[in-house]
Design a protein around this ligand. Structure first.
Ligand SMILES: [Zn+2]
Ligand SMILES: [Zn+2]
Length: 344
């Protein structure tokens, strides 16, 4: 399994000049969004405590149920900040890591160079194109790293389609430039306005856990509101109406969160991103892939491992599998496939 790390210290030293161009960008007033999100948590959880005196008395008595609810609120807020402060995995950070990084190619077992057809002139993997790209990028990033990135694409890919027009760097597969962050993001999923950061290769797992905790917290809060309305609606109509309005808002948020949680669970199991699903036909190297094939999937277990546990190993770059292999994967499931657990 080839390892993608620059060995020449000078190569690593060249990268910061490229990185510095991006250092001053992305300083937008997103931090206020985070404050608003934190205040919304305080508002909805605090309101039910103000409305329902029985909950306040339960807290005073040290009711374990309410203690657990308090812990859940705290955990969710911490997970929110933890995710919001995390890096999604920027290409410039990968390049900055230079010789010290441990970026590994996966899905390359079937990508032996000697088996590849020789592409025509102008394609990404042709000798002419490789030297041209090396020359273009020698001032900006590690040439050996860029050349290895090129090997991750199918033969015949055009280098122009794979170069970011803002960063002027060859993007590894699954990378997209985020115009909010002004950086290329590895395994770009989406830019989350509520977290004020991108969701990508290195924080997708955290994002899933945040969605899970937030959904659990909102569902629990909805249950508290329903309990309050059931007990106290007749005693004070104003309190009841306030509780009802807040409950409707919470249910709307809960529905959105449930949809998001289901979507991102599906993405995690199949090793896909929201961007790839939404723009599959616009991504050059995915256009020809059969619609029911998950091109980067290595089975459910491996996908989950790569998403949640392999982050510690560094930047793992995924190659685009050959089209023949993807077409073979499109064949319908047989009894043997089910017994062998092909999807796992
Ligand atoms: Zn870019
Ligand atoms: Zn972004």
């Amino acid at each position: 399994m080839p390892c993608c790390g620059a060995s020449d210290p000078e190569e690593g030293a060249r990268v910061p000049s490229q990185v510095q161009r991006h250092g001053s960008h992305g300083r937008k007033p997103w931090r206020y969004v985070r404050v608003v999100v934190l205040l919304l948590h305080v508002f909805f959880t605090g309101s039910i405590l103000l409305l329902d005196p029985t909950l306040r008395s339960q807290i005073r008595q040290g009711n374990w149920h309410m203690m657990l609810y308090g812990v859940m609120v705290l955990l969710t807020l911490l997970q929110y900040l933890y995710t919001a402060k995390s890096s999604p995995g920027y290409v410039v950070d990968m390049l900055r890591a230079g010789s010290g990084m441990h970026a590994t190619f996966i899905n390359t077992e079937t990508l032996s160079k000697k088996d590849r057809p020789v592409p025509k002139d102008g394609s990404l993997n042709s000798a002419m194109s490789r030297s041209k790209i090396e020359e273009q990028n020698q001032q900006s990033a590690t040439p050996s790293l860029l050349l290895q990135m090129m090997d991750l694409y199918p033969p015949g890919s055009n280098s122009r389609d794979l170069t970011c027009s803002s960063c002027h760097l060859i993007q590894p597969p699954r990378t997209k430039h985020c115009h909010d962050c002004d950086k290329c993001v590895l395994k770009f999923d989406h830019h989350c306005t509520w977290l004020a950061t991108c969701i990508g290769k290195r924080n997708h797992c955290r994002f899933w856990w945040y969605l899970f905790e937030e959904t659990t917290l909102i569902a629990w809060t909805v249950a508290l509101y329903i309990q309050f309305l059931h007990l106290d609606m007749k005693e004070s109509w104003l309190k009841g109406l306030t509780g009802l309005i807040l409950l409707v808002l919470l249910i709307l948020i809960l529905v959105i969160l449930l949809i998001l949680l289901m979507l991102h669970t599906y993405l995690a199991l199949t090793n896909q991103t929201t961007y790839e699903i939404a723009r599959r036909r616009r991504i050059t190297y995915l256009r020809e892939v059969p619609s029911k094939v998950y091109p980067f999937s290595n089975g459910i277990c491996r996908n989950l491992y790569d998403l949640c546990l392999s982050r510690e190993k560094g930047y793992i770059l995924e190659a685009v599998p050959p089209l023949e292999e993807l077409e073979a994967r499109a064949r319908p499931y047989t009894c043997r496939d089910v017994i062998c657990c092909r999807c796992c």
